[in-house]
Design a binder for this molecule. Structure first.
Ligand code: FAD
Ligand code: DHB
Length: 384
């Protein structure tokens, strides 16, 4: 088999890249170890930045976001006794959309199917070489895929990251995890609540008018099954301030429980010869601030342009700059995610707690502080 770009991974980075390349007249083949059903249903991120929505809309993927997504002007930031609304539209003229990664995946899968995109699901033994990839297809046949370029979009556990020799890596592991639940209950808030509490951080997010998504800071190694539903709702009520100023958290049936460890990781360069890394294959952020999915989208927006110029015109200039260009935004988002995480998660140290509260009060009450958070949260323009 031969194609112009071999894409490893059918997550949001890989599928969106195949879509952008097709729109630019470049063909690709996507290889994915999991099944189509699995990649469409994997519950992960839920917030799309302004520029992610603009990009998806510009390539025909915005209809369902507009119809079924939920536009949010900002977020609530709170600590015991106080809740402040930060209005990103007023502060920076940009905003965010609540639209689950599962829905982004479904839209991409549908659009790629309508376009006749070749995607091989349930492949095994994927091996990267300079100008080709070998793999075993679903029926057990060994295959060789020759390509002008290879895009490593295979997330944090895929083989692409290791195929960049002598890469520099930067890593920070946090001493806490997120316990996430999905619940069949209307959200108790119109916009997301990020709550600092002496017991630990809590976040009230949502997926739709009838589905809530909530998170609790828990110690690393927590077994999600060791928490009863009542204990989860009680702790969420405490940390989110049930009863304060008449606000109520409405509990409901929990349909999913999972624990997510948190780390920051950056690998550079994001290119080695014909191999280009994008999304979680090159970097991981802790989830606070909802940057992971948006960063994957921003990477492939740059990468698609570089690969179209390289494959169609033999023009390597954007490809040569890709890693440096992408890393500017990667480090901005790495800093923002670290900052949100360390401002909101408790460490048990009373000195740290006072610094966090001071920082939160400044962000909530100073226009300069609020603008900095809003600019990063709503997202810098693609190409920043
Ligand atoms: P992925 O979505 O990981 O896609 C990579 C794909 O490559 C996968 O489909 C994988 O099966 C495939 N693959 C792996 N190995 C191979 C191989 N050898 N050959 C072929 N294919 C392969 N971000 C947020 O902003 N908010 C959140 O709440 C949030 N929650 C998260 C929860 C979890 C459990 C995880 C893991 C991540 C979460 N993220 C969150 C991060 C966000 O989901 C990711 O940043 C985003 O999925 C990155 O997209 P990607 O396409 O780069 O990688
Ligand atoms: C969600 C995840 C985040 O990391 C975040 O900061 C906000 C929302 C979510 O899954 O809904």
């Amino acid at each position: 088999m031969r194609t112009q770009v071999a894409i490893i991974g059918a997550g949001p980075a890989g599928l969106l890249l195949s879509h952008l390349l097709a729109q630019g007249g470049v063909e690709s083949v996507v290889l994915e170890t999991r099944s189509e059903e699995y990649v469409a249903a994997r519950i992960r991120a839920g917030i799309l930045e302004h520029s992610s929505v603009e990009l998806l809309e510009s390539v025909g993927l915005g209809d369902r976001i507009r119809a079924e997504g939920d536009h949010h002007r900002g977020i609530y930031l709170q600590w015991p006794g106080e809740r402040h609304h930060l209005d990103f539209v007023d502060l920076v003229g940009r905003s965010v959309w609540v639209y689950g990664q599962t829905e982004v995946q479904k839209d991409l899968i549908k659009a790629r199917a309508a376009d006749g995109q070749e995607i091989h699901y349930e492949v095994t033994e994927v091996e990267l070489h300079d100008d080709h990839v070998t793999f075993t297809d679903k029926s057990g046949q060994s295959q060789r895929l020759d390509a002008t370029a290879i895009a490593g979009c295979d997330g944090s556990f895929g083989p692409s990251r290791q195929a960049v020799p002598a890469a520099e890596t930067y890593e920070k592991v946090y001493p806490y995890s997120w316990f996430g639940i999905l619940a069949d209950v209307a959200p108790s808030t119109d916009e997301l609540i990020y709550a600092w509490h002496p017991n630990g951080f809590a976040l009230h997010s949502m997926r739709s008018a009838t589905v809530s998504r909530l998170y609790l800071q828990v110690p690393n190694g927590t077994d999600p099954q060791s928490w009863s539903d009542d204990r989860i709702w009680d702790e969420l009520a405490t940390r989110l301030g049930h009863g304060q100023n008449g606000w109520k958290l409405t509990p409901g049936p929990i349909t999913d429980k999972s624990v997510l460890p948190m780390r920051s990781y950056v690998q550079t360069p994001m290119r080695h010869h014909n191999l280009f890394l994008a999304g979680d294959a090159a970097h991981i952020v802790p989830p606070t601030g909802a940057k992971g999915l948006n960063l994957a989208i921003a990477d492939v927006a740059l990468l698609s342009k570089a690969l179209i110029a390289k494959v169609k015109e033999g023009d390597e200039r954007l490809a040569d700059r890709y890693s440096d260009d992408a890393q500017r935004r990667v480090w901005r988002c790495t800093h923002f995610s670290w900052w949100m995480t360390t401002m909101l998660h408790t460490s048990g140290d009373p000195f740290d707690a006072q610094l966090q509260l001071s920082q939160l009060k400044w962000v909530a009450n100073s226009e300069a502080g609020a603008t900095g958070l809003a600019e990063n949260y709503a997202g810098l323009p693609i190409g920043y």
